[in-house]
Write a protein of this length. Structure first.
Length: 285
């Protein structure tokens, strides 16, 4: 638009000049001359260095555990004190975990060591981090053979869909920088999606409600024979909700108790919970 205005001004000025001098010229040739003048006066832009190329992303500096500093405090245990894998510590640092809660302080050493645990803990005490950190540390430490689709190496059973979703979310956050997959299986929704994910990719840790897990097992979507770590969360609620027969059916499909690690957590230690622990655990601490 700007070049056109300049050209029209040049044409008008040349026409006036030629009328004064008595020279008659075709308006076509005057217009062509104006176009040439405008083209000559137009600056030629040169591309800047690197123009047309996608911008290069700056590489983030590699995370170092030395950047996650937590000063020792009397009477408090740090996650640094457990000598966890760097990738696991990276996830813990992202979540801002600095010092252990009482249940983490007491139970985490035994879980990491592969011992069976019977822990009294309610929601909000940090118990999920106990078994998740312990499971991740053990799976990373073990020599990993060929991973199989739908064949978890660790199994976490919880009584409700909401609890399964929350545990899986926590697991993905803690294990964000680890080469391990977390799967979910719970009722009420996403049936085909869950089935597809379990069939089409390896799963290292499976978090599930008893009913949906049994359903997938009967349909051969999952195979539990390699689940050498089993967690039963909120065992007292499992009893109250009538899930113990389903849990028994699941336990029959995993390795025997002398070849697996069993972790049981309950808000209360009723006689029924203690009886189940004696059946499913080996010398729990």
């Amino acid at each position: 638009m700007k070049n056109r205005q300049i050209r029209d001004k040049i044409v008008a000025r040349r026409m006036r000049q030629r009328r004064k001098t008595g020279v008659i010229a075709s308006s076509f040739w005057i217009r062509q001359e104006a176009v040439a003048l405008v083209s000559v006066s137009k600056p030629v832009s040169t591309p800047a260095p690197g123009a047309g190329q996608p911008p290069q992303r700056k590489k983030k500096p590699k995370w170092s555990q030395s950047a996650f500093k937590v000063e020792p405090q009397e009477g408090k245990v740090r996650f640094h004190d457990f000598k966890l894998s760097p990738g696991l510590m990276h996830g813990i640092a992202d979540l801002g975990f600095r010092y252990c809660t009482p249940i983490q302080d007491k139970a985490l050493p035994g879980v990491i060591a592969g011992k069976d645990i019977l822990g009294r803990a309610s929601t909000g005490t940090g118990k999920s981090a106990v078994f998740l950190i312990g499971i991740f540390q053990q799976l990373i430490r073990q020599q990993q053979g060929k991973r199989k689709n739908g064949c978890p190496r660790a199994l976490i059973i919880a009584p409700t869909r909401e609890l399964v979703i929350q545990i899986a979310k926590d697991a993905k956050a803690i294990g964000k920088y680890l080469p391990l997959n977390v799967g979910e299986a719970y009722g009420g929704t996403d049936y085909q999606k869950q089935m597809k994910q379990l069939k089409n990719r390896p799963v290292d840790i499976l978090v599930a409600t008893p009913g949906r897990l049994l359903d997938f097992s009967r349909k051969r979507v999952v195979n539990l024979r390699e689940a050498a770590i089993m967690v039963i969360d909120e065992a007292d609620r499992m009893l109250d909700m009538g899930f113990i027969p389903d849990v028994r059916s699941i336990i029959h499909q995993i390795p025997n108790r002398d070849k697996r690690q069993t972790l049981m957590f309950s808000a209360t230690f009723t006689e029924d919970v203690k009886r189940l622990a004696s059946q499913w655990c080996t010398a729990p601490i």
